[in-house]
Design a protein around this ligand. Structure first.
Ligand code: AMP
Length: 400
């Protein structure tokens, strides 16, 4: 019987899952998949570790299958294929752990109540992250669950990197820079010693460039500063999010355009970034293939802002030893990496165009003062590792 850990990443209209066997030193992926199109056109697909489809279902348009129904189907699917496997725990991606949680935490009623307090800090994500935890608590009360936070890795940042210049009464309400994508950065920090010990021990900026994009300055594997702040709409332009914005723009939108909170939320989260600037798509591949001037303008802005943030993070780190590209764009787009590295020449990065085209892990020249690396991220594996660690941690010995 092989022990397996279920990893869940629930968004507003999808639940992604992965199953990891805990037999070996590291964990081994057994299956993964997702239920998507929740509330509109739900469909479920599960694949084995080789990518072959092992489960599939659609419900047809108009079926109001939500998080609860999708999770029920997933539990049923797992039970139907449970021969030889024993589910020993579930790990969840939870976007917000506030200032309190700098480590993953075992789920309890108390923890859930504490995490619900962060819903106003991340209203678009936190409720969806917590929903499956509640459902599993009632469907499988004996199953241990672990919450892993996207903010936790950044709690190591010095206080000055977490602060806004706002009155203390506002700061005390939790209005500080939290930073996100922490599970991705933590995974990169965990594999970096094998990839490049100098980068692991030194001052490294990791560029998580995907649909959501951010950058993190790390010193010896600890987060020192990040581009995302109070929410995940800050920092770089993204697929549909605007990134860093003068707060005066929000006042203008309210005063002059009479936009209310919901309209502004929609604008800055769903209608801006690559999609807003190009007017074509939020998908980098589509923009790279387009001949439209607006597609080029969107990519130019993305690259420009990455270059500026790189300089800023290098300043926060007091220098730069390496950059690491990860996530959909960072791992797959040689063209974007080439442009970003060219802009970073002034920092001492000597780019190796051939290695970049050839899918090498190291894309800087031998002898370059700053190394450039490509390292695939794996947030699900990080969650599974945390879950196993929390579940196998011994309770502290009681004093006699
Ligand atoms: P992620 O959110 O990490 O899955 O990344 C999604 C983003 O990666 C989308 O904008 C995709 O267009 C982009 N992407 C994936 N593959 C490529 C590629 N080969 N070239 C350029 N962008 C890519």
């Amino acid at each position: 019987m092989t022990d397996v850990i279920l990893v869940l990443n629930a968004g507003s209209s999808s639940i992604k899952f992965s199953l990891f066997a805990t037999a070996g030193e590291d964990l081994k992926l057994v299956a993964r998949g997702q239920a998507e199109g929740l509330y509109t056109a739900p469909r479920f697909v599960a694949k084995d570790d080789a990518g072959a489809v092992v489960g599939e279902r659609t419900w047809g348009d108009g079926v109001a299958l939500g998080h609860e129904g999708a999770l029920d189907h997933l539990v049923e699917f797992l039970r139907s294929r449970s021969e030889g496997y024993k589910l020993v725990g579930a790990g969840h991606r939870v976007v917000h752990g506030g200032r309190e949680y700098s480590q993953p935490a075992r789920v309890s009623e108390q923890l859930l109540t504490a995490l619900e307090k962060y819903i106003p800090l991340a209203p678009l994500h936190q409720p969806h992250n917590l929903a499956p935890i509640r459902v599993l608590m009632t469907r499988a009360p004996e199953l241990p669950q672990v919450a892993c936070f996207d903010t936790a890795f950044h709690r190591a940042q010095p206080p000055v990197a977490q602060a806004f210049a706002l009155p203390k009464s506002i700061t005390d309400r939790g209005v500080v820079r939290y930073g996100f994508h922490g599970l991705s950065y933590e995974y990169i920090a965990s594999v970096l010693p094998k990839v490049d010990p100098v980068a692991a021990a030194g001052r490294t900026v990791v560029l998580h460039l995907g649909n959501g994009s951010s950058m993190c300055g790390m010193s010896a594997g600890r987060s020192m500063a990040s581009t995302m702040g109070f929410t995940a709409v800050d920092g770089l332009p993204m697929g549909t999010r605007c990134g860093n914005l003068d707060p005066g723009v929000i006042l203008y939108l309210m005063d002059e355009l009479k936009m209310d909170v919901r309209a502004i939320e929609k604008l800055i989260y769903q209608q801006s970034g690559l999609l807003g600037v190009s007017g074509i798509s939020s998908d980098m591949r589509v923009l790279l293939e387009s001949r439209e001037a607006s597609a080029k303008a969107a990519i130019d802005l993305y690259v420009y802002r990455i270059g500026r943030e790189l300089g800023s993070l290098a300043a926060a780190l007091g220098g730069l030893d390496a950059v690491v590209f990860t996530a959909g764009i960072g791992e797959n787009s040689a063209e974007l990496r080439a442009r970003i590295c060219a802009d970073a020449a002034w920092l001492g990065l000597e780019f190796d165009a051939e290695a970049n085209r050839g899918k090498s892990q190291r894309i800087s020249r031998a002898g370059s003062r700053v190394s450039a690396l490509v390292v695939p991220t794996n947030e699900e594996l990080m969650i599974a590792r945390h879950t196993r660690a929390v579940l196998t941690a011994r309770a502290p010995a009681r004093a006699p």
